[in-house]
Design a protein around this ligand. Structure first.
Ligand code: FAD
Length: 321
């Protein structure tokens, strides 16, 4: 019996959210006295997967191959179901991501598993199997008790801080049959955001709103992001107006993020925007209007003109570096 951890890859490397899930899964495995097995799906070198050991995995099962290159949900769910069955996993851990959400739904159906999403803490085993989940876009916590034989836990981004070791996990190849239906949806082309870390994985995010007044005024924000090594984001109207690309739009209808630091420049803080960013550990708001609603959600607020504040912040960051 093992705890199995669905491990997502990006360009052959384990994603940060999956490393958090591996660490979490290894702690659960310790609690119930079994091994932690990372199931990495997609193309990667064995050497790059061994790092799962530093996060507590005893071993890695690697399902590679061309047909798994493009994150096919049906194929991933079939592989996860087969791997979980093979190792007799009673607990399956996944990162919380749009891919994992869809994979979890299918896997839970196949294994008749109970599911808890957005889990923030290790389970309480004193009276069954109870986990704490973040709900209502981070405004509340819910205790959820799982009584199914197989349990699936999706771990909230940035809720767990892994402590690493020098260990390396052994990697073995894993194959399992994939249903014909997996081949019915094929990725024919991909346009990737280039440059920095993708928004869902980013630790540092600098974001701009309509207060920046036009696409030609983005340079001060880009300079700060560059100095910090941060990923850039924007509010919905900004992407609707084509001032910034749509993949940068964060919020209820955009990307949900949970960085360690979110700097919001010229964004009012509407509830739909906050829904996608309020899991950020530290929020800094720069706004000319002291009554802007965002200040209520901010850890630090600067009442001021973004065009004056941003260059000063950039200079300060550069001086510190
Ligand atoms: P504004 O509301 O126009 O705010 C601009 C801010 O900039 C103001 O607070 C102003 O004081 C400040 N400002 C002006 N000049 C400066 C300056 N020089 N320096 C500093 N500050 C300055 N929005 C999202 O962002 N994400 C979503 O996912 C999303 N989903 C939605 C879903 C639905 C169903 C609906 C109805 C709305 C959604 N919205 C979403 C829109 C949301 O309600 C707000 O309209 C939007 O977030 C406002 O964007 P903003 O803060 O950039 O612009």
């Amino acid at each position: 019996m093992s705890v199995i951890i669905l491990t997502e890859l990006e360009e052959g490397q384990i994603k940060k959210t999956s490393l958090e899930a591996i660490y979490y899964g290894s702690k659960v495995a310790e609690m119930i006295g079994v091994e932690a097995v990372s199931l990495a799906i997609g193309e990667a070198e064995a050497g790059d997967l061994g790092v799962a050991g530093a996060y507590g995995a005893n071993s890695v099962m690697h399902a590679g191959g061309q047909e798994l290159k493009d994150a096919n949900i049906v194929a991933y769910a079939d592989i996860l179901t087969a791997a979980a069955t093979q190792v007799g996993a009673k607990v399956i851990v996944t990162p919380k991501s749009s891919l994992a959400d869809a994979v979890v739904a299918r896997t839970a159906g196949a294994l008749k598993a109970g599911v808890a999403g957005n889990v923030t803490d290790l389970p309480d085993l004193s009276n069954g199997f109870e986990v704490t989940r973040s709900v209502f876009t981070g405004k509340a916590f819910a205790k959820t008790s799982l009584s199914s034989d197989v349990k699936i836990l999706a771990i909230k981004k940035n809720a767990i801080t892994p402590v690493t070791t020098d260990a390396t996990a052994t990697v073995s190849e894993f194959t399992a049959p994939v249903s014909d239906i997996a081949g019915k949806a094929k990725v024919t082309d991909t346009m990737k955001a280039t440059g920095t870390v993708s928004l869902p994985e980013a630790d540092l995010v600098v974001s701009g709103g309509r207060g920046l007044k036009g696409p030609e005024h983005w340079q001060p924000l880009l300079d700060l992001a560059d100095a910090l090594g941060a990923t850039t984001a924007c509010s919905k109207p900004v992407s609707d107006l084509d001032w910034r690309p749509h993949h940068e739009h964060v919020g209820q209808t955009g990307v949900k993020i949970a960085p360690n630091l979110y700097i919001a420049c010229g964004i009012s803080g509407a509830i739909q925007h906050l829904a996608g960013v309020n899991s950020s550990k530290v929020i800094v708001v720069i706004n000319t209007d002291p009554e802007a609603p965002f200040f209520k959600a901010a850890d630090y607020g600067i009442v001021g003109d973004a065009f004056e504040v941003l260059p000063k912040l950039t200079a300060a960051v550069k001086a510190l570096k």
